[in-house]
Design a protein around this ligand. Structure first.
Ligand code: GLC
Length: 542
């Protein structure tokens, strides 16, 4: 089994990373151009979001052919070159497998529409009349989760957009098709996979209305999900690879099963509970300041319980579906640099494999859009409409999007201070925030105190100190509000990590790291008071 504990994984949102041909969209050649930068940062694996053939209604998470590269991103030769060039630099590729659904433009779905029974069984079709969807389940992107096809007199299930039809995993032929996709990419030299919303693949045999919620309790970590994952991993021969499952609304018990090596399912899981602490009553579209006590409680709980049962967390703040963490849990104005560094420290030294989402290492912020025309995301556009229909004013709905839209994480990578942040010579498909003039790689490369340099240090530290990759974890100062502190220990070595999650000073007593050396921090001088967003690491030797 590949060791994934001392590795750092970098996520590239292909469409927004680097445009090599001036069409305004990021592409594979753009990634190849920037491999030296990733090498310099020190990452081991590069997770690329989907660049397969797709109508791009959900930016590639709606795949119409798993083995073809969408021409807007490049060619198969480009992908082969990318894999080879990365390997030459000691880095490996992880591809994004969207196996819960396909695009409705996929040949399988088209043949289902044309009446072929075999392919209708690839999806979840139910007979019915146009006025009565089979259940009241809601799509994660808004509206009912079923779409009607008049020509067939049938509904099909789509937990996401109506152009993303859910696959029928109970059909063994579907499972064989998907294993074959994995074998195909493995043969090309891909060394790992990220599985999109993989915990919603197993639906119940009986479909019924949900009178308590949106239907998710019937299919989340569904009845046969563990069985299907084991089969997929074993038959596709990917047990030795780095695999991460994206788990929607999952539970701790299930994540233990997904990741305990004895189960032979996945290396690690992404769970999202800690990223809902600013949802009012669990609703993403209602604003509330982050509940820091809850944040601390959830991170602690997942760390401790996964450790007890030999599970493994993917640790992360950001991805292409989340707002930027410095704008969300930090202060992107007054304490921009301090809070970005503190948030990085918080997660990179936890027990788990850290992920860096492109631009996080620069302290990239939310987009700051002020008009609906600037947004591109299907979810944001759907919910904008839904919010207006439900009585919110335009100003209110725009303020919610400003904080919650997935487009906050999808703005172009900020390479330099030239026009469009050096992302494209054409017209970018989505605009960068104004602040790219000072938040960019060129500026941060030449500043030894930059967020970028701080990330490099965190990555190096993981390589140097087995206590970070292998050590146990215990939490400190749990009853001191705003302080997130922990001790890592391994074979007689200790490492202490202390973070002030708040913008005010906090005094601590009886610090257990007294006498240890401070090896990293975001304030240069030493003080017994934790300053706003202060972060410090002590150890590993006395
Ligand atoms: C995952 C992806 C997201 C996508 C959704 C449907 O949550 O990260 O971008 O929209 O799945 O595929």
């Amino acid at each position: 089994m590949t060791n994934f504990k001392d590795k750092v994984i970098y996520q590239i949102y292909t469409k927004s990373f680097r445009d090599s041909n001036g069409d305004g969209l990021g592409d594979i050649q753009g990634v190849i151009e920037k491999l030296d930068y990733l090498k310099e940062l020190g990452v081991d694996y590069i997770w690329m979001t989907p660049f397969f053939q797709s109508p791009l209604n959900d930016n590639g998470y709606d795949i119409s052919d798993y083995r073809t590269i969408d021409p807007v991103f490049g060619t198969m030769e480009d992908v082969e070159e990318l894999i080879a060039q990365a390997e030459r630099r000691g880095m490996s590729l992880m591809f994004d497998m969207v196996f819960n659904h396909t695009s409705t433009e996929h040949e399988w779905f088209q043949r289902a529409l044309a009446g072929e029974k075999k392919y209708q069984d690839y999806y979840i079709f139910r007979d019915g009349t146009p006025d009565a969807p089979p259940t009241n389940w809601e799509s994660k992107f808004g509206g009912n989760a079923w779409a009607y096809v008049p020509e067939l007199g049938k509904w099909y299930l789509h937990l996401y957009d109506r152009t993303q039809a859910d696959l029928n995993w109970d059909n063994p032929e579907v499972r064989e098709e998907l294993k074959d996709v994995l074998r195909f990419w493995k043969a090309k030299g891909v060394k790992g996979f990220r599985f999109d919303v993989i915990n919603v693949i197993s639906k119940p045999t009986i479909f019924q209305d949900d009178n308590q919620g949106d239907g998710r309790r019937f299919y989340t970590d569904g009845p046969r999900v563990h069985e299907y994952l084991k089969e997929l991993v074993a038959d596709a021969g990917i047990g030795g690879m780095v695999t991460v499952g994206e788990m929607s609304s999952t539970s701790l018990d299930n994540c233990i099963r997904y990741t305990n090596p004895a189960e032979k399912e996945l290396s690690m899981t992404f769970s999202f509970h800690h990223l809902k602490v600013d949802y009012k009553n669990g609703n993403k579209w209602e604003l509330q300041p982050p509940d820091l006590a809850k944040l601390k409680e959830l991170l602690t709980l997942w760390q401790i319980e996964m450790q007890k049962a030999n599970g493994w967390n993917a640790v992360f703040w950001c991805n292409h579906d989340q707002p930027r963490v410095v704008s969300r849990f930090g202060d992107d104005q007054r304490y921009w640099k301090e809070s970005a560094k503190m948030l990085a420290t918080c997660i990179h030294l936890l027990r788990g494999t850290p992920y860096i989402f492109q631009g996080e290492e620069l302290g990239m912020t939310n987009a700051g859009y002020t008009s609906i025309d600037q947004y591109r995301d299907v979810e944001s556009l759907n919910y904008y409409r839904i919010m207006l229909q439900s009585g919110k004013t335009e100003t209110e709905a725009l303020e919610i999007l400003r904080q919650r839209s997935r487009d906050n994480g999808r703005t172009p990578m900020q390479w330099d201070s030239s026009v469009n942040a050096g992302f494209t010579k054409g017209i970018p498909w989505i605009m960068p925030p104004e602040n790219f003039r000072h938040i960019n790689i060129q500026a941060e490369r030449s500043d030894p105190d930059s967020i970028l340099h701080y990330y490099k240090k965190l990555i190096q530290l993981r390589k140097q100190e087995p206590v970070i990759s292998e050590g146990q974890i215990a939490f400190l100062y749990q009853d001191v509000p705003g302080v997130f502190a922990y001790r890592r220990f391994h074979q007689g070595q200790d490492l202490f990590v202390v973070n002030n999650l708040t913008g005010y000073d906090i005094a601590l007593n009886n610090m257990p790291w007294t006498g240890f050396q401070k090896i990293l921090g975001n304030y240069t001088d030493d003080s017994t008071i934790l300053r706003p967003y202060e972060s410090a690491v002590y150890g590993p030797c006395k």
